[in-house]
Design a protein around this ligand. Structure first.
Ligand code: GLC
Length: 586
């Protein structure tokens, strides 16, 4: 603890978050004795995420404990993991010190159920990681499952509970909290040097004062250590999105999205559903352009090796960042209130630069709307080759447009970036305007009203999601500019967070009926996932994409679009959770 810190420093969240805002990219490591099972139990492949196999296979705690006796990660090498993260361009590491299974992956003195006392390995890997992180200048952060503990008799357990050795009515959460969770987090904060984040997870029904105790504990021991949002009750130091969720809007508050590289966090031998390098880079650029950090997961094996598929992708990302680092670390969040769907725009006020990350259109003529600042020079970041450009202003439409003539061939196999050098700091018209034939309408840009004059219940979360949509009278309206006459396909993106196999009653986030009004037209639709977007793994949060129909705009100009529910299915506190409505020119 730094004793020179004053009470003001202790409370200064901005100071605590300085390194986090600059970091942009981190490595999440899900590593535990579950890796030993690699996704199978008693010869059967178990569906669901690897680190939660105990729950998915309904393994009683006494049987699960046996796995520890075979856990011997002799190939673990902290130096290799940390240098891999560094080569990939990652600036922090968040590793599971204790997951929901209750097993401590470090030498804990308050529970013998830990890697030193309960496995043949008998060694504390967190000591090595702390030393390697110090040596290579990465921040070490610990994931700690504060609420769920499927091993401690009093820890919270996922419902429905499979192991009734300690039935819910006999549980005393505070006993678990006082004898295991608080002492273990204290150990993590006092034995491994400075910690970047205590990454709490799944607060569940954790009462306010308990979340507060978990948060205060961190700040009291290490005032500069950050508390993750999943401490619960809005007490985290930054905003967190759900697993694999990328918002459609930029946010001035610091935030983070944690994401899988395949469909699991903890190692699963059968999961080969790897995202390709291009997709991972697009996610990085997209998250950074909106002001967030990308926490990308690896799930090492029981031997202690990061899977080769992950290594290969991380190396490729690192090579891309060698060339494009300025477009990510120096630039960061773009000063426009919305991001185009064709890619991501990062910006740097001080250097008077904008970076266009080209996801889709990478060659030929390309138009960007709303840039009011004069462009002095445009070039491709990879080759330095000049990009011819022209700027125009249409006074009738009050529309600034910039046309770039991109090279005939993509200049990067994954993600080419065009750089604009500007005469002054970038000024971008904040009025929501179609970009590259797309319009993204989300919670932040919506006006909310109650059709019946009553106070609307629907809310926009700090993360920009439209939530708590319990009343059919609550409507959303957007006002925007369309740059040419034409017909647009409308897609609704909602989130689903249900577990259909466990509770068939909550089988699908669908059935809500809406009426959409725009330019004198009415389109009715029901939320149903389009077949081609059906999620691959039903245990993760996922996007439900509904094709709503089409609307046409007779001329360039300003329009409004209203989304009116006809029937809302609001059950168990869950209604439609809207991420965005996307209009694409046909
Ligand atoms: C969810 C899961 C947990 C995983 C975490 C990663 O909260 O319950 O298994 O570690 O997501 O963000």
């Amino acid at each position: 603890m730094d004793l020179n810190l004053t009470r003001a420093d202790y409370c200064d969240n901005e100071k605590r978050l300085e390194w986090f805002r600059a970091a942009k990219f981190g490595m999440f490591i899900h590593w535990g004795i579950y890796a030993q099972l690699a996704g199978s139990w008693k010869g059967k492949e178990i569906p669901g995420i690897g680190e939660q196999i105990m729950r998915f296979a309904e393994i009683p705690a006494v049987e699960y404990r046996e796995i520890a006796k075979d856990f011997n990660p002799v190939k673990f090498n902290a130096e290799e993991w940390v240098t891999l993260a560094k080569r990939a361009g990652m600036r922090y590491i968040v590793i599971t010190a204790k997951h929901h299974d209750g097993f401590a992956m470090y030498h804990s003195h308050c529970s013998p159920y830990n890697i030193v006392d309960a496995t043949p390995y008998r060694h504390d890997p967190m000591k090595d990681l702390a030393a390697a992180c110090q040596k290579h200048g990465l921040k070490l952060c610990f994931y700690y499952s504060q609420y769920q503990d499927w091993d401690h008799p009093d820890g919270a357990v996922h419902k429905p509970q499979w192991d009734m050795t300690y039935p819910p009515e006999r549980k005393d959460f505070h006993r678990y909290m006082n004898e295991k969770a608080i002492p273990q987090v204290t150990e993590l904060l006092t034995s491994y040097g400075p910690i970047g984040v205590i990454w709490y997870d799944t607060p569940g029904q954790c009462p306010y004062y308990d979340s507060m105790r978990f948060a205060d504990l961190v700040h009291a021991i290490q005032p500069e250590c950050i508390v993750s949002p999943r401490v619960g009750n809005d007490l985290g130091d930054y905003i967190g999105y759900g697993d694999n969720q990328v918002p459609t809007s930029t946010n001035a508050l610091p935030w983070e999205t944690c994401a899988t590289m395949n469909d699991t966090w903890g190692f699963k031998a059968q999961d080969h559903n790897w995202k390709d390098t291009g997709s991972l880079l697009r996610l990085l650029a997209s998250i950074v352009s909106k002001g967030g950090n990308y926490l990308l997961n690896v799930g090492p094996t029981a031997q202690g090796l990061i899977p080769p598929e992950s290594v290969e992708r991380l190396e490729a990302i690192g090579r891309w960042l060698q060339v494009h680092g300025d477009a990510i670390y120096t630039a960061g969040r773009c000063l426009m209130p919305y991001q185009p769907e064709w890619g991501a725009v990062t910006g740097c006020k001080e250097q008077k630069k904008l970076y266009f990350h080209l996801f889709e259109k990478q060659t030929g003529s390309f138009v960007f709307n709303g840039l009011q600042t004069k462009v002095l020079r445009a070039y491709m970041m990879e080759t330095g080759e000049a990009v011819p450009f022209a700027q125009q202003y249409n006074s009738a439409l009050e529309l600034h447009s910039l046309t770039l003539e991109l090279p005939a061939q993509p200049t990067d196999p994954y993600l080419p970036v065009a750089v604009l050098e500007l005469e002054d700091e970038p000024e971008i018209d904040p009025f929501l305007t179609e970009q590259g034939g797309r319009l993204v309408l989300n919670g932040f840009s919506a006006a909310i009203s109650g059709k019946d004059g009553a106070h609307p219940q629907v809310q926009v979360s700090r993360a920009g999601l439209v939530e708590n949509w319990s009343r059919a009278e609550d409507c959303l309206t957007w006002t925007f500019k369309v740059t040419a006459a034409g017909s647009y396909r409308v897609e609704l993106n909602t989130f689903s967070e249900k577990y259909p196999e466990k509770d068939p009653e909550m089988s699908w986030e669908g059935g809500h009926r809406f009426l959409l009004r725009a330019a004198g037209q009415k389109v009715e639709f029901t939320v149903t996932a389009d077949e081609k977007y059906r999620p691959r793994d039903l245990y993760l949060w996922h996007n439900v994409v509904t094709n709503c129909g089409t609307v046409s705009f007779p001329a360039a100009g300003i329009y409004t679009l209203t989304l009116e529910p006809q029937e809302i299915r609001y059950e168990k506190g869950l209604g439609p959770k809207l991420k965005s409505l996307v209009l694409t020119a046909e």
